[in-house]
Design a protein around this ligand. Structure first.
Ligand code: BDP
Length: 685
């Protein structure tokens, strides 16, 4: 099994009795009308059930008195929102109903999931409503086929073949997303090429939109903010300006929007990275982020589209704390954004690190809908060779209490709109897909795509439950193996944290490439790209003091949150060095000194990868050989690199701590200089 089919395998269920049981409820699929999304629901259900049950399941126009089948229905159900669904046993039929065709599509996939995971469909009574309206993937894909921070091959989109040739993979991509309830995709990199605003590319994107539409997925585009200065059209020369308050620029965008909607009537809108990491933006004209976003929102006019404006901004400054940057830039703009604007915030204040405190923007912009941006692609999580199941990391952020409206004001409630009454709600995942046959490089990376989709639909789902589903649908149905692999996944992120960035260390990975350890980096074009900026190790201790005696970034949170993190004695260890410069000899809650604890984490973290390998080895009889080997091989790389991380970090920090590696651990058998050379090799220096 090459993994191409993801969690939509539809191989016959091994147990004949189980197959027969399900088959009694799957005599037919009744659906009326020609709505393309409803048709998709029927054909997906048909293909799935035929495969799983090993028998034909006819699609018919109406149940008309027949029983023992499945009825797909669009109606009006007050218990459901626009895309929610209901699965119910009625008479002797299974009814999948919703208020829209997309709802029925999601219900059909939910029903398939029941069968795929061996759940009963007798006396079925399930209602499910998505908690967030826009559930999206963000692809950081470039025109030339490369993917920024992509580790699974090249782009799925073959721009050079579009719009004429439609790769069948586009459809399979849409199926996978629809099966999770993902309803939007931004197809190009946030570091956007202006080409996407040309007629040539709009046609290509329109061809993709045509493939995605029957799966309930809308297409969005990342925008190069000064596109008006670059893109010429017939009878439409480029302008001299991109000033959002310049009437000519506003006109240019209004026309561009109309051109796009003429070809993509259900176009979702724009995603914008502006005045960030060298990308141009409204500030180049002395305007604010709100001016820029509102100009695009007004250009959208009466079209049903949104502007998703990213808050990922930080300016190079020697004594500033990057942690504070987005908050300081955006909170003064609260209430100034057009209703069509959503501000998209990364989960943490820095940049998708292995663990971050939640971004202080969550809860701080009650008048501006905030979207969550998670990163599925493992930029800081070991690319496609380290096994890191991300759901616990996403949940950790979503479940954190901001306390902005009293206890229980979780980040999730900010995002789902319930805390501040946002009209628009959105969650985005930076995609981990690529042209690799198994889509995500690491077989286990598929679980991160899966988990993101499930959580975007319902952030209350438990991480282990999601993992279990995915394993059953993707790898094996053998109960013991399902349990072992689920456990492995559940522990994987913490293990990765331990051998890379324990106790709240962050941003000490290889420069630029963001792979492997490089805590010693003290030269870079910007102060906040140096790693010594983040860990601040010296002879006294290590960590970034963000309390009132330091950068005071902690003051951006509510007093209740500050209280959790302000005292180094009581700050939970996972966040300790995010907020405190802690002496090497300080005794922690574990009873060990900081130095000893750091070593314990690095050593046990690296040892745990051996444990992961052993666990995986035992799974062999339960797994497809190709999938087994893929993961086993990657685990072997991970094991080697965990030791690389461990050695690099204990040797480097040890130079400041000047303390021995505590027993029973043995000091690395190589020198810091030797380890540094490994990084240079990866970096092609
Ligand atoms: C950083 C990535 C960079 C992205 C940037 C972003 O290293 O490639 O362009 O995030 O999110 O993590 O814009």
């Amino acid at each position: 099994d090459d993994g191409y089919r993801l969690w939509l395998k539809y191989d016959p269920l091994p147990d004949a009795t189980q197959r027969a049981n399900y088959a009694r409820s799957a005599g037919f699929i009744a659906v009326s009308g020609n709505d393309p999304v409803l048709r998709t629901a029927a054909s997906e259900l048909q293909a799935g059930l035929q495969g799983l049950l090993g028998k034909p399941v006819p699609v018919i126009g109406s149940a008309a008195g027949r029983t023992g089948g499945i009825v797909l229905q669009v109606g009006s159900d007050p218990a459901l929102n626009r895309e929610g669904y209901r699965l119910a046993s009625r008479g002797n039929n299974l009814v999948v109903s919703a208020n829209s065709a997309s709802g029925v599509l999601y219900g059909a996939f939910a029903l398939l999931r029941q069968v795929q995971t061996g759940a009963s469909v007798a006396n079925l009574s399930v209602t499910s409503n998505p908690k967030v309206k826009l559930r999206m993937l963000n692809h950081w894909d470039n025109v030339n086929g490369t993917i920024e921070r992509g580790y699974a091959g090249s782009s799925l989109w073959k721009w050079y073949e579009l719009p004429e040739r439609i790769d069948p993979r586009y459809r399979d991509y849409a199926r996978a997303n629809a099966s999770l309830g993902i309803n939007g995709t931004v197809v190009n990199n946030v570091n956007a090429s202006p080409r996407f605003m040309t007629d040539e590319y709009i046609k290509k994107v329109a061809a993709l939109a045509d493939v995605f539409r029957p799966y309930g997925i809308r297409v969005y585009l990342s925008v190069y903010f000064p596109a008006s200065k670059v893109v010429n059209g017939p009878g439409k020369p480029a302008l001299k300006s991109a000033d959002p308050l310049d009437p000519a620029v506003r006109q240019w965008w209004a026309e561009k929007v109309n051109e796009i909607y003429a070809q993509i009537p259900d176009f979702g809108g724009f995603l914008v990275k502006a005045n960030s990491e060298g990308e141009p933006g409204p500030q180049d004209y002395g305007r604010t982020h709100a001016d820029g976003a509102n100009m695009l929102a007004e250009a959208l006019g009466t079209h049903d589209g949104v502007v998703i404006w990213r808050s990922f901004v930080y300016k190079p400054a020697e004594n500033a704390d990057r942690f504070r940057a987005a908050y300081e830039e955006f909170t003064p703009l609260d209430g100034k954004f057009h209703p069509k604007v959503i501000v998209q915030v990364k989960n943490g204040p820095i940049d998708f690190q292995v663990r971050e405190p939640f971004s202080p923007l969550f809860g701080a912009m009650p008048k501006t809908p905030l979207a969550m941006e998670f990163q599925l692609t493992q930029e800081y999580l070991g690319f496609a060779t380290h096994m890191v199941y991300e759901a616990p990391m996403f949940k950790e952020c979503l479940d954190t209490d901001t306390h902005v409206k009293g206890p229980g004001s979780t980040v999730a409630k900010v995002i789902d709109g319930s805390l501040h009454g946002y009209e628009q709600t959105a969650m985005a995942g930076v995609a981990n897909t690529g042209s690799d046959r198994n889509w995500t490089g690491h077989t286990m990376g598929q679980a991160n795509w899966y988990a993101f989709g499930r959580l975007a639909w319902d952030h209350t789902l438990p991480s282990d439950g999601i993992a279990r589903e995915w394993v059953q649908m993707t790898l094996t149905r053998q109960p013991k193996a399902v349990q072992t692999i689920t456990d492995l996944m559940m522990r994987s992120r913490e293990i990765y944290v331990n051998y890379t960035n324990p106790l709240g260390l962050h941003h000490i990975m290889g420069y630029g490439i963001h792979y492997g350890p490089e805590p010693w980096l003290d030269k870079a074009p910007r102060p906040d790209w140096r790693h010594t900026y983040y860990h601040r190790a010296d002879s006294v201790g290590v960590g970034f003091n963000r309390t009132a005696t330091g950068s005071n970034a902690l003051s951006l949170y509510t007093p209740q949150v500050q209280q959790q993190w302000e005292n180094p004695q009581t700050t939970p260890l996972p966040y300790l060095l995010w907020f405190h410069h802690v002496p090497w000899n300080q005794t922690l809650s574990t009873g060990r000194s900081l130095w000893d604890e750091l070593c314990v984490r690095y050593y046990t973290g690296a040892d745990s990868v051996r444990w992961m390998q052993q666990q995986w080895a035992q799974m062999k009889p339960a797994l497809d050989p190709e999938q087994f080997d893929d993961v086993a091989g990657r685990l072997a790389v991970q094991q080697k690199e965990a030791i690389w991380w461990r050695d690099a970090c204990v040797l480097y920090f040890g130079r400041f701590a000047r303390r021995p590696i505590p027993a029973p651990f043995k000091a690395p058998d190589r020198s810091l200089e030797e380890v540094k050379r490994i990084v240079d090799i990866y970096q092609l220096r």
